[in-house]
Design a protein around this ligand. Structure first.
Ligand code: AMP
Length: 413
């Protein structure tokens, strides 16, 4: 089956056309700077052919039209007809408590995704825009929503309930949901494969360290706790997000700086994290380079980042009553030997021992074990592949008997 996987952000659309039988991406690309006159479409075909186009792309629908055109183009394409796309799989950030797994998009599902906008106003509207665009551009092609929150939906109540009046959970759904679920699911399953053990027999901590960062405690294949919360702001230090913070700090700053909700939101989401502490950059590569050159604040940002990862590993080992494996993934997790080393430092008491030689060379989408042979806890680096999970889920749902090619009408965004 050929599945078009779409991940729509505020000003970007990332896509992959995946052949699910071969588990292979036929084409990969993204449209960035949507809404600007100089939007860029980057497209790469499986045989290495690459192309970059620049132009005015004012909304997600136009961006997806461009994606379809390039997939069909004579020189750079991989399809002869739109009808060859068997299904579309959409990454949807928030599925609230309603969605505990991937679902076929029907008018009812579309309405429920719209209701979840309230929980993720920064993310779900863009996902919804992508879905609506595809309903218009590929009418009758089945579409599936795969939620970032779904993998965490089996967390026990003691892990997801906050210490605020319970009525606020009931009234507004305020609880921990967690995100990056597709990534945590993929790397935990893949780690079990690499270790040659059933996932049901393992206690793992998965560390998704990218621009956004989160960790999950995966016990017997189920996410039993995760560091992101009601929104992706909680937990680890991230590129520009603050992570864990005394809530009173926000109130204090709002008073002292005389700022409102929107500015406070921007402060915590866009000006904090690695960028906020280092004053250098939100990109870990720059922070590492500056720290190496002796910049105190860059070193501090790196220290805070790794200390939190280490602290969560310890907390989750306690939450699960043991630890068999730690998995690093995403941009930083896959590429930064320094972060992996500093995050595992001092965890020898838990049975964690890195092989520094293996750690150093595990970069650029390499996959493997970086712990010493006598380490009680296996440490792995696994390049994440959320698109593959989305494509396989989509193919499974669409190929289930009874799925009709129903034309679903777009709804208001
Ligand atoms: P992602 O969100 O998974 O694409 O990760 C993006 C982040 O990965 C970037 O912001 C960088 O901070 C980080 N990253 C990428 N390559 C490296 C590297 N070689 N060393 C350290 N960090 C890296």
């Amino acid at each position: 089956m050929k599945v078009l996987v779409l991940n729509c952000g505020s000003s970007s659309v990332k896509y992959q056309l995946i052949d699910t039988d071969e588990r292979k991406a036929l084409a990969v690309g993204d449209v960035s700077r949507i809404g600007m006159t100089e939007a860029v479409l980057s497209h790469r075909r499986h045989d290495g052919d690459e192309v970059k186009l620049t132009g005015e792309i004012l909304d997600h629908q136009v961006a997806i039209e461009y994606v379809l055109s390039i997939l069909l183009s004579k020189n750079h394409g991989v399809l002869r007809d739109r009808g060859e796309i068997d299904a579309v799989g959409h990454r949807v950030v928030h599925g609230g408590e309603r969605f505990t797994g991937s679902v076929l998009i029907t008018p009812e599902v579309l309405e429920m995704i719209r209701e979840c906008v309230e929980l993720a106003p920064l993310h779900n509207p863009h996902n919804l825009r992508g879905i609506n665009a595809c309903l218009r551009l590929l009418p009758g092609t089945p579409q599936v929503a795969v939620f970032d929150t779904a993998f965490h939906s089996q967390m026990p109540a003691h892990a997801y309930i906050y210490g605020i009046p319970y009525v606020l959970y009931k009234r507004y759904g305020i609880r921990r949901y967690g995100f990056h679920g597709t990534s945590h699911l993929y790397v935990s399953r893949r780690a079990a494969e690499l270790l040659g053990r059933p996932v049901k027999s393992l206690k793992m901590v998965t560390c998704h360290l990218g621009n956004g960062c989160s960790m999950a405690a995966v016990k017997e294949g189920v996410s039993v706790d995760t560091s992101m919360g009601f929104t992706p702001l909680e937990g680890l230090l991230m590129g520009t997000r603050c992570g864990d913070l005394d809530p009173a700090v926000i109130l204090h700053i709002m008073g002292r700086e005389e700022i409102g909700l929107s500015e406070a939101n921007t402060l915590l989401n866009k000006h904090s994290g690695l960028l906020g502490i280092s004053g250098v950059s939100s990109d870990m590569r720059d922070v590492e380079t500056e720290a190496e050159a002796g910049n105190y604040r860059a070193q501090l940002a790196l220290d805070v980042f790794c200390y939190r990862v280490r602290k969560y590993i310890g907390a989750y080992a306690a939450a699960m009553g043991g630890l068999d494996a730690i998995v690093f993934t995403a941009g930083i997790g896959e590429n930064s030997p320094i972060v992996r080393r500093k995050s595992c430092e001092g965890l020898e008491f838990l049975g964690v021992r890195l092989d520094e030689g293996k750690n150093r060379v595990m970069v650029r989408r390499r996959e493997g074990i970086i712990s010493a042979p006598d380490s009680r806890v296996a440490v792995l680096v696994i390049p994440t592949n959320e698109e593959l999970v989305i494509a396989l889920d989509t193919a499974e749902i669409v190929s289930k008997a009874g799925v009709q090619r129903e034309v679903v009408a777009p709804i208001g965004e």
